[in-house]
Design a protein. Structure first.
Length: 505
């Protein structure tokens, strides 16, 4: 299935001795006839173009194919013949034209070109498969630098426009914004491929730099390959104001919000079906979810790729720094030149010249590395272990204070039945009734006791100490308690009369 649109002999052009010439011929034909405005050249015009490539690159042929003198220029004239610009007819030109026709016939036989007849006129065209192959080869032959500083911003803007879609939007132009989601998916895929290309290019540059034999070759390879020919031209901007991390969270949130908005998903599915991207609504819904998930997952794992790129960049720069650092330590560096200078000065002094010559210099005072105070102490005999009673653990006042405060905090944060009883006694009159919505909370202890009483009511587990004096009843149908401390359902507290408490005891 991969080669169903390609001829079986298509790649023979790149497997022979003249592969470089064939590549130049195909690139020239692609740029001249099969890009830009539609053109339908004749076989004579194609042969003329092949002849021009041969004339401009005579070094691509072997010695047996060498034309000797430069080839004369020829121009197409009519459908069936080629007229020479030169007045004289030479054997070199004739042989070059014959070889140009042979190249043309081979390209037709191998499937790169195909002839079509329109009545009496014969034109040359390039089918879909070879055209896609040569387009990719032409893109590799040009500047393959990756510049995606504004790509992240474009993806974010497209997702923001898609998020605004809803079933109330009926204008066709506004609804067609849904197709921006597929474009954002394609841009994200291209972004991932660009990152992989940059990482591969860094590996190639590192290999080229490290294979250099001399320091000069290594530095030249570094500046030519890394500084001038790095695939990522906007490396500085992509690591500053255009870094994908700047909009990473925003893009992920946008993709998730769109995926969790049924109204927007419905509009996107309808537009996918209308545009022919999906055959049915069910498959369109899956395609939309797949595009959103691809965008989310790409930006979710983008950090690892950038960490690898940054690590390769740091390693390469560190190796170049080490090369420069240790280059001066060789015989041609500063140390070697200084040593030669010192030997020359010693020779002058030894011959009696400049006996009193001095050089102003800051030298460290000499210190001896040996001293009686630098000796290691001698090892003493090992002492036997003596049995002694274990001493008491030393008291730490701060630790004791911390334990005391912690105990007081635990007792205060979880009030017991007695604290709840004392709070209710201050809120409910004797033999009276009080609703929770009318209780006044003034302190933290009041809030904690009130919250404990509320939990007693909700769980219907009232401690005996509280139940002996009070009766608590849940009242969810009445207005709730609403204060600065909390908002909760209402409950009623009734206080027993003293006589009833004595009877209960």
């Amino acid at each position: 299935m991969l080669f169903r649109h390609l001829n079986d002999d298509l790649f023979l052009a790149f497997s022979r001795d003249h592969k470089h010439l064939y590549s130049l011929v195909l690139l020239d034909l692609h740029d001249r006839f099969f890009t830009g405005a539609p053109a339908f050249p004749t076989p004579q015009e194609v042969t003329h173009a092949i002849y021009d490539v041969m004339r401009a690159n005579p070094a691509l042929w072997n010695e047996s194919d060498d034309f000797g003198e430069p080839l004369p220029e020829v121009v197409s004239a009519g459908r069936r013949r080629i007229k020479r610009a030169a007045a004289s007819k030479t054997e070199t030109a004739d042989r070059a034209l014959i070889i140009a026709r042979q190249l043309y016939q081979r390209l037709v036989a191998w499937g790169w070109l195909e002839e079509e007849e329109y009545g009496l006129r014969v034109t040359v065209d390039m089918s879909m498969g070879p055209l896609l192959v040569i387009q990719r080869l032409a893109s590799l032959n040009k500047d393959v630098s990756q510049r995606f500083g504004g790509l992240i911003v474009t993806v974010r803007v497209n997702l923001e426009a898609v998020e605004k879609l809803n079933p109330t939007v009926v204008d066709r132009k506004q609804r067609q914004v849904a197709l921006a989601l597929r474009e954002a998916r394609n841009q994200v895929d291209q972004f991932t491929k660009s990152l992989r290309a940059i990482l591969s290019d860094l590996k190639r540059i590192r290999r080229t730099v490290m294979e250099s034999k001399t320091v000069g070759d290594r530095l030249e390879a570094f500046f030519e390959e890394f500084v001038e020919q790095l695939l990522l031209r906007d490396f500085e901007s992509i690591l500053t104001f255009n870094h994908p991390y700047r909009f990473r969270d925003t893009i992920i949130d946008l993709a998730r919000r769109i995926a969790y908005t049924p109204a927007t998903m419905k509009v996107l599915s309808e537009e996918y079906v209308t545009a022919g991207l999906s055959p049915s609504m069910s498959e369109a819904n899956l395609d939309v979810e797949s595009d959103l998930l691809a965008i989310e997952s790409t930006f979710g794992h983008i950090g690892e790729m950038f960490e690898r790129i940054e690590a390769f960049r740091r390693q390469l720069e560190a190796r170049v720094r080490n090369t420069i650092k240790y280059a001066e330590r060789g015989t041609r560096g500063l140390v070697g030149r200084a040593g030669d200078l010192v030997r020359r000065l010693d020779g002058l002094i030894a011959r009696g010249r400049h006996a009193n010559a001095t050089v102003e210099w800051s030298l460290e005072p000499l210190r001896s590395p040996w001293s009686e105070f630098h000796h290691a102490p001698s090892r003493e005999p090992r002492k036997s272990i003596e049995l002694k009673p274990l001493g008491d653990w030393p008291d730490d006042p701060l630790h004791e204070l911390r334990k005391k405060l912690r105990r007081r905090y635990i007792e205060r944060i979880a009030p017991g039945p007695k604290e709840v009883q004392r709070f209710l006694e201050t809120q409910v009159p004797v033999a009276g009734t009080r609703e929770a919505r009318f209780m006044v909370l003034e302190t933290v202890d009041d809030f904690l006791a009130f919250d404990a009483a509320r939990r007693f009511v909700l769980t219907n587990e009232i401690p005996p100490e509280v139940g002996l004096h009070f009766e608590l009843e849940f009242a969810p149908d009445s207005p709730p308690h609403d204060s600065e401390w909390l908002r909760c359902s209402n409950f009623i507290v009734r206080r027993h009369a003293p006589a009833r408490r004595r009877h209960a005891q």
